[in-house]
Design a binder for this molecule. Structure first.
Ligand code: ATP
Ligand code: MG
Length: 200
């Protein structure tokens, strides 16, 4: 069975935390590729100043260029209305009915999956990989899943990644405060942010 990783996110901007998590998941779970899908209008984010989908997509394209196992899709930013992961996953399982999908998230996002729309349905369709994220201990969460949802516990995998305390929020703040962001994200993405005057 061919396994495909899916990484959704706002990617505003994409950074090395995302890329390291995706690469470690790819190798650890033998994924043949990882598909990055920038969200359209994220249902869970109340940020009003989110960058245009086109810019976020271009940053992802620039960031993944040198990894032949990484791809990206504009399917969510091209869709009307809020992005619900369940719709995306349904579409993907139609496109790849023979494949096994692994949704890669940080442990912060992993803890929210039960608040997602049609969470149970999503959990029957795919596997989850929760990548450790500094400040978000997954142990309590995994313990509560074991108690409250024993039927899906083997669909949730935990992945230890070299701790990267990088977040898009922090990068946006640094740009605003004219602090350096070099080495937190690929240089091609940093240059795009500079050219387009993002996050000022
Ligand atoms: P923001 O600060 O705007 O929320 P973010 O850095 O959390 O941005 P998102 O686009 O929200 O990035 O994240 C997309 C996915 O990547 C989420 O599942 C998130 O948990 C995961 N992720 C983000 N940063 C890291 C990191 N440093 N290590 C592991 N996973 C991460
Ligand atoms: Mg986030």
């Amino acid at each position: 069975m061919v396994k495909i990783g899916v990484m959704g996110g706002t990617f505003d901007p994409i950074h090395y935390g995302h890329l390291v998590a995706a690469e470690m998941a790819r190798s650890e779970f033998n994924l043949s590729k990882v598909l990055f899908i920038p969200t359209g209008i994220p249902p869970h984010k109340d940020r009003l100043d989110i960058s245009a989908g086109k810019s976020r997509l271009e940053m992802v394209e620039r960031a993944i260029k040198d990894n032949p196992a990484f791809e990206c899709s504009a399917m969510e930013i091209e869709r009307q209305g809020p992005s619900y992961t369940v719709e995306t996953l349904r579409l993907l399982s139609k496109i790849w009915p023979e494949h096994e999908l692994y949704f890669i998230t940080g442990t912060d996002a992993l803890r929210e999956i039960f608040s997602w729309r049609e969470a149970e349905e999503i959990l029957t369709m795919i596997q989850f990989i929760g990548a450790a994220r500094p400040g978000f201990d997954a142990k309590d969460f995994l313990q509560s899943v074991r108690q409250d949802h024993p039927e899906i516990v083997d669909k949730i995998h935990y992945l230890e990644v070299p701790a990267l305390a990088i977040s898009s929020t922090d990068i946006r703040m640094r740009v605003k405060q004219q602090k350096p962001i070099r080495y937190l994200l690929p240089e091609a993405v940093r240059l795009f942010i500079e050219q387009k005057n993002l996050y000022r």
